[in-house]
Write a protein that binds this ligand. Structure first.
Ligand code: PMV
Length: 316
């Protein structure tokens, strides 16, 4: 029989409703947790003086003392120990599993970081606030992709829809509540895409033509503000229209792909109120806003068009 857990915690995936990429350049964005797709960290006792780190989905295991500096689980443990100012208990093993597809724009890296930080906080009896958890997960996000805006760790640590603006010295974070619940269909192109590369490519294009990219980012920021107003007014038709308009701006940024554009068109053709890529793009997932009457048709059309996987998520 396996030992009872000393600590156990989970964290959700996320979608970006409005404003990815532009959010890196200080424009507002809206993100929401994905209901039903979670990462999980479990810590059990184990003989020995070390901490075993098991990435179960990847079939990888190491120990804290042997882990390379770029091992994300080891980096998370070391970061939490630094924050605590003392070592966490050894003689344990930490296992991570996740239902969130990786490198697909659904925040899998940040969700794993948040789940692990929460489990370590329980193990070490550390009183971490939601902001502490988010700030620590941000440090891990920086290892994955250099200049993260902070939206992923925020929405995942807060576990509620957020309006987010990257700002110095402190980000502007406003949890918000849609007046009417949203049903999203999330469709995976099955193509993995590294956020770091896409964000880096946008940066190169911005450097080459700042005026054009600043105008695109401004348009995305306006769509995020209008999207929030429409969400708070419960005007789902308008939310959908604005989402599709945001997709067009992402196409102009060159972060969409033929597969994403095709599936967005298929979702709209099948009656979705709006559809856009979500996350860094060039692969990964798109989100389609559906109403109860249209949901089955949109799912069937996306499946028939070759979506690798479909998920559903409710916002609000
Ligand atoms: O990590 P992803 O693919 O969910 O993308 C995050 C959203 C970006 O705006 C592209 C990057 C960022 O740091 O905000």
């Amino acid at each position: 029989m396996s030992a009872a857990p000393l600590a156990e915690a989970t964290a959700p995936g996320k979608v970006i409703l409005f404003g990815e990429h532009a959010v890196v350049y200080g424009r507002p964005a809206l993100a929401a947790p994905v209901t039903g797709l979670r990462a999980r960290a479990v810590i059990v006792p184990e003989d020995g003086p070390d901490m075993r780190l098991i990435a179960a989905d990847l079939g990888r295991a190491t120990t804290l003392s042997a882990a390379r500096t770029d091992n994300p689980l080891a980096a998370t443990v070391r970061l939490v120990e630094r924050h605590a100012g003392r070592p966490l208990p050894r003689g344990v093993s930490l296992t991570v599993t996740s239902a969130i597809p990786i490198a697909s724009g659904l925040g899998s890296g940040a969700a794993i970081a948040v789940a692990v930080i929460r489990a370590l906080a329980i193990l070490g009896q550390l009183p971490l606030t939601r902001d502490d958890v988010s700030a620590l997960a941000y440090e891990i996000e920086r290892l994955h992709h250099g200049t993260p805006s902070g939206i992923d760790n925020t929405v995942i640590a807060f576990e509620q829809p957020v309006y987010f603006v990257r700002r110095s010295p402190a980000n502007h974070i406003e949890p918000f509540r849609p007046a009417r619940p949203l049903r999203l269909v999330i469709a995976d192109t099955g193509v993995r895409s590294a956020t770091k590369n896409v964000v880096g490519d946008v940066r190169r294009q911005w450097e080459a033509d700042r005026a054009r990219f600043e105008a695109i980012f401004d348009a995305c920021g306006r769509l995020a503000d209008a999207g929030r107003a429409a969400l708070e007014a419960g005007d789902l038709a308008e939310v959908g229209r604005l989402m599709t308009a945001n997709h067009e701006q992402l196409v102009a940024m060159t972060v969409s792909s033929a597969a994403l554009d095709r599936l967005v068109a298929v979702a709209l053709g099948a009656g979705a109120l709006g559809a856009k890529l979500s996350g860094a793009g060039r692969g990964g997932n798109l989100i389609a806003l559906v109403d109860a009457a249209g949901e089955a048709d949109v799912c069937a059309a996306l499946q028939a068009a070759g979506a690798a996987r479909l998920f559903r998520s409710d916002v609000g």
